[in-house]
Design a protein around this ligand. Structure first.
Ligand code: ADP
Ligand code: MG
Length: 356
C-alpha cells in the first residue's frame, strides 16, 4: 500500500484545504431554522438540533468558534467545510447542507444523524451482536477508504465521531468531525500531535510521520471497543494511557474476549500493530473474513462457492459483497450482556503538542 506523507513545512496549516463552494450566509441562522436543543459539545464547538422552517427538515447545526486560544481559526473552519464538500458524494460521511456566519462563529448546517454516537453502544450494558458490529465497521471502512483515496486522513476517528442515522435498530454510520483531518501532501511530513490520547496511534505520540495507516489504528480501537465494551489503552491517567499506546499494551485475555469470535480478535490484532507499514489499508481490511463471516452464514453453500471462485478469479483483496449488506440484517440476541466496563473518560482532542 502506498502511503503519502503530509507536508508540515508550514506548521499547523499543513494539509489544510482552502477552497469551498458552499456560500457562507451572513443572514442569521435563526431566521431560517428553529433551534430545538443541544445534542453535542466539544472543545470549540456546540452542536444543536434545528428544524428548517420552510421544509420542516431536521438538521444538526455545528457552531464553531472562529477564535480559539486567542488565535484566528477561521481558516480551519473553512478547511472542515472543504473536507465535507470533498466527501459530499460519499454516504458514509455526513452531508454539509449550508453554512452561516456570525461575529463569533461559523455554523455548519449538517445532515442530522438521529441515532447518536456508536460510543453509546460501546458503553451500553447490552453490546451489539457481531453481525451488527461488522456491518458498522464495514461502513466505517468504506468512508475511510473514500477519504484516503481523496488523500485525506481523518486523524480523530473514535466512537464519538461515528454516528448512526437511527438508534433502534441501529442505522447506517455517518463519519463526522473533520476538524483534525488533513490532506496528504507530496512533499514533507506531518508530525503534528493530534487526536485523542485513547484513540491515537503510537506514531502520533512518538512524533513520527502520520499516514493513512494512522486512521486504521483508530479503526482497530473502535472495533475493540464495540466487541468488548472496553477501551483498549485507557489507563488510570494520561501518562499510563500514552504508555499503553506506545507499548501496544492490549489485553486479549479470555475475560475481555470471552464471547468474541477468533476472527474478530484476528482483525483487531492486525490493526493494533506499532509499525504503521504493517497495518492493512482500509481496502485490505474490507476483505478480512470477519467482516463477511456472519453474512456468509446466511448464504447457501452454492452462493458462497460462486463468490469464492469469483474472488479468486478477480485476484483482488477488496471482496465485493454479492448483495447490499446494509440495513437488512437480522438483529440477534447480544452475546455480551455481561461484558465488563472500563473507563471512558472523554478527553478533548489536543493539537499542537502542548497537552502531550
Ligand atoms: P467536536 O469537534 O467539538 O468534537 P463534533 O463534530 O464531533 O464536534 O460534534 C460533537 C458531537 O455532536 C458529536 O460527537 C455528536 O454527538 C454530535 N453531532 C455532531 N454532528 C452531528 C450530526 N450531524 N447529527 C447528530 N449529532 C451530531
Ligand atoms: Mg468530535
Amino acid at each position: 500500500m502506498s502511503r503519502r506523507r503530509l507536508d508540515n513545512r508550514s506548521g499547523l496549516s499543513a494539509g489544510l484545504l482552502g477552497e469551498i463552494q458552499t456560500p457562507i450566509s451572513i443572514d442569521s441562522m435563526e431566521s431560517v431554522y428553529e433551534v430545538t436543543g443541544e445534542i453535542g459539545r466539544g472543545k470549540f464547538a456546540v452542536v444543536k438540533r434545528c428544524v428548517e422552517k420552510t421544509s420542516g427538515k431536521v438538521f444538526a447545526a455545528k457552531f464553531l468558534r472562529k477564535r480559539r486560544r486567542g488565535r484566528d481559526c477561521r481558516a480551519e473552519v473553512v478547511h472542515e467545510m472543504a473536507v465535507l464538500e470533498m466527501a459530499r458524494n460519499n454516504t458514509r460521511v455526513v452531508n454539509l447542507h449550508a453554512a452561516h456566519e456570525t461575529d463569533h462563529d461559523i455554523i455548519l448546517i449538517l445532515e442530522y444523524a438521529a441515532g447518536g454516537e456508536i460510543f453509546d453502544h460501546c458503553v451500553s450494558e447490552e453490546l451489539l451482536p457481531e453481525t451488527q458490529i461488522t456491518r458498522l465497521i464495514r461502513q466505517t471502512l468504506e468512508g475511510v477508504h473514500h477519504l484516503h483515496q481523496c488523500s485525506v486522513v481523518h486523524l480523530d476517528l473514535k466512537p464519538q465521531n461515528i454516528l448512526l442515522t437511527s438508534l433502534s435498530p441501529p442505522g447506517d454510520i455517518k463519519i463526522v468531525d473533520f476538524g483534525l483531518a488533513r490532506r496528504l501532501g507530496a512533499a514533507g511530513e506531518l508530525r503534528e500531535i493530534l487526536g485523542t490520547p485513547e484513540y491515537v496511534a503510537p506514531e502520533v505520540l512518538n512524533y513520527e510521520p502520520i499516514t493513512t495507516a494512522t486512521d486504521l489504528w483508530s479503526v482497530g480501537v473502535i472495533a475493540y471497543m464495540l466487541v468488548t465494551g472496553e477501551s483498549p489503552f485507557a489507563g488510570d491517567d494520561k501518562q499510563e494511557t500514552y504508555l499503553n499506546v506506545s507499548q501496544v499494551n492490549v489485553d486479549y485475555s479470555r475475560e475481555a474476549f470471552a464471547r468474541v469470535s477468533e476472527l474478530a480478535v484476528d482483525f483487531i490484532r492486525k490493526l493494533l500493530v506499532k509499525t504503521p507499514e504493517d497495518r492493512p489499508s482500509a481496502a485490505e481490511c474490507m476483505s478480512h473474513p470477519w467482516l463477511w463471516q456472519q453474512q456468509q452464514l446466511c448464504l447457501s453453500p452454492e452462493f458462497i462457492a460462486v463468490r469464492t471462485i469469483r474472488e479468486r478469479s478477480c485476484g483482488t483483496k477488496w471482496a465485493a459483497p454479492l448483495e447490499d449488506p446494509e440495513d437488512k440484517e437480522n438483529f440477534l440476541e447480544s452475546p455480551h450482556s455481561q461484558a465488563k466496563k472500563s473507563r471512558f473518560d472523554e478527553e478533548a482532542p489536543t493539537a499542537g503538542g502542548s497537552d502531550f
